[in-house]
Design a protein around this ligand. Structure first.
Ligand code: MMA
Ligand code: CA
Length: 240
């Protein structure tokens, strides 16, 4: 039979054979291709040899392919460093959102003893003072004796004052009789004059300061002691 070992021996010259013996495992390039069981041609070479049954070759190839696919799938599922950074970023963002919601819950537009109404905070005094002492009391807490800017606000303050008693507002005609103006310097406009009680302002014995009285306003003596209302802008909780 035609043995490949015999063929190889025939093709090798005397020098090649000597090299094989003296070098041991270090084969020359020329002889390498002809070495049947060297490390390089172990697996694939084995399979290609006719003495391995074709069914076994198919089996090994299938196992090898399946292993390759499994490894590829596993490797593709490992999150990349970029993917990890992304998920970390998302986690930080989520925590920040939760923290912001917590701060918003803690945020109060007004101090504990003040009442919120349409973006402003109101302090309703429990004691009574003269008009000018009431002005000072409000200034001391960084606010102003109430200046009414809307009809809704007027309605709200009139109702609360009716429950508590006669109450100062920041409206006077001290400088010139019947020329009413607010403590912020703005004049009393026509649309608000309907809030004077019937027959008021009557300046009975020199009355230069305005008060909430029953369902409307009255001019009264500024030295009288009344409750008072301070007003200041509310704290905005949703800063952006
Ligand atoms: C009081 C005083 C006045 C007011 C009248 C209304 C008697 O005086 O509050 O300012 O105009 O009452 O009757
Ligand atoms: Ca009066």
């Amino acid at each position: 039979m035609n043995d490949p070992k015999d063929n190889r021996k025939k093709q090798l010259g005397p020098l090649d054979e000597e090299q094989l013996i003296t070098n041991g495992t270090r084969y020359s390039i020329k002889s390498f291709g002809f070495q049947p069981n060297s490390g390089f041609n172990s697996f694939a070479g084995c399979l290609s040899h006719s003495h391995v049954p074709w069914l076994l070759q198919v089996f090994f190839l299938t196992v090898f392919s399946v292993l390759l696919v499994v490894i590829l799938v596993k490797v593709s599922k490992i999150p990349s460093s970029q993917g990890l950074a992304q998920s970390k970023e998302e986690k930080v963002y989520q925590e920040l959102t939760q923290l912001k919601a917590g701060v918003d819950r803690l945020c109060r537009p007004c101090a504990w003893d003040w009442t919120y109404f349409e973006k402003n905070c109101y302090f309703f005094s429990m004691i009574q003072k003269s008009w000018s002492d009431s002005v000072t009391a409000c200034q001391k807490v960084g606010s102003q004796l109430v200046v009414i800017k809307s009809h809704e606000e007027q309605n709200f303050l009139q109702q609360t004052s009716k429950k508590r008693g006669y109450t100062w507002m920041g409206l006077i005609d001290m400088n010139k009789e019947s020329r009413w103006h607010w403590v912020d310097g703005s004049p009393l406009t026509l649309s608000f004059m309907k809030y004077w009680n019937k027959g008021e302002p009557n300046n009975l014995g020199e009355e230069d300061c305005a008060e909430f009285r029953d369902d409307g306003w009255n001019d009264t003596k500024c030295d009288n002691k009344k409750f008072w209302i301070c007003k200041r802008p509310a704290t905005s909780c949703s800063r952006k």
